[in-house]
Design a protein around this ligand. Sequence first.
Ligand SMILES: C[C@H](N)C(=O)N[C@@H](Cc1c[nH]cn1)C(=O)O
Ligand SMILES: [Zn+2]
Ligand SMILES: [Zn+2]
Length: 476
Amino acid sequence: MAPQLDGFFSQVDSLSDHFIERLRKAVAIPSISAEEARRPDVVRMGNFLADELKALGAEVELRELGKQPHKEHLDLPPVVLARYGNDKSKRTILVYGHYDVQPADLSDGWNTKPFELTIDEKDRMLGRGSTDDKGPVLGWLNAIEAHQKAGVDFPVNLLMCFEGMEEYGSEGLEDLINAEGKKYFADADAVCISDNYWLGTEKPCLTYGLRGCNYYSIEVSGPGADLHSGVFGGTAQEPMTDLVRTMATLVDTNGKIQIPGIMEQVAPITADEETLYDEISFEMETLHEALGSKTTIFEDKKLTLMGRWRYPSLSIHGVEGGFSAPGAKTVIPAKVIGKFSIRTVPDMDIDKTNECVYKYVNEQFAKLGSKNTMKVFAQHTGKWWVASPSHWNFNAASKAVERVWNVKPDFTREGGSIPITITFEEATGKNVLLLPMGSSTDGAHSINEKLDKRNYIEGIKLLGAYLHYAAEEPTS
Ligand SMILES: C[C@H](N)C(=O)N[C@@H](Cc1c[nH]cn1)C(=O)O
Ligand SMILES: [Zn+2]
Ligand SMILES: [Zn+2]
């Protein structure tokens, strides 16, 4: 029998302004994990979540993770572990999310202040972290509160794990999950993560795969200090020149990775997979809207989806130490660090990929014949993940999508990475489902990140409905 959800749904509608205020408070905390100076704000955000959860009656622990690797002067932010309900007759669902965000500054080109939630005329809620991942994390808290205020029994025991370093490769979390897999998380019957996006703007999806991410630095140094290019230009070998020449050999304009040994690791396409892409609702026009231009590599839907889901990609992100401000400073930087990452896919191996990258970058640098010094290293790595969606956890989520959105979801893979997903699967031995709240045009990691009010409010209903169906779904 379909669960009684009307009381819960109408309570979510009645509390919508209150839930938006909760998101406003969360967005106002600039919890940027990649910026050292923001570490106190990341901790403040963890405390904010812990306090909100305690006020809702959850049992909460703040778990410290020690020092940040390679940055020993910095404490990692705490992991918020919480339990809501401990009824042995109910299923237990473990949910994960992250409370840290990507960097954001008005000067990057935002139309509004990134840490002030701004609701525009189209009911888009703009602000850093609105969709990635503060909106979805608060979705779980809001679902609890709406049940309480509606007087509806909460259908499951909820275990929660919210971290503050996801955007920096989930530093420190893996050990905790492995240690707690059969302790704190022992009761978990299934895992649900809400931290990715629909493929388009109208059709919800359930996600069963993620790419991994190996993030690299190439450090080139030579002169003892930054130099005057009029005095030293033409006399000193320049680190920036060596760096851009090396970086330019990594990938071509159509995204073809130039490093030998990478594509060779990619799993071949199966006959089943060949047919899968035609069924997916995905329009190139929506991709162009999300991209903000028509500069796609492919014109074709299938090749585009394959390029995002099942092939690796290499992206060049930036250069630390180079001159980047407006104006015309005539400096020769003494040391520059180029950053790039490779999104990895089945059957790529992290260590083998690292070896290929190190060998290739060293060879390319050697070809320059430079007297400068070059180091290449991986800053963080995380494995790809692909699961089976034939499981009661996915069935429950599919029914919840149909109930809330009146449409059957697409089953998708995601081009992004949530490094800890595979660790949850291995440490608990349970099925992991990705249940996104936001849509493809939300601009996660970009300027003007937003979450549509509709996706937030219906998303809260979706998370709550999923828990009801998960409580009832027969084991598969
Ligand atoms: C999909 C998720 N919301 C996300 O944005 N993940 C990040 C995580 C990351 C950062 N470094 C490596 N992985 C991403 O895909 O960039
Ligand atoms: Zn992110
Ligand atoms: Zn995220």
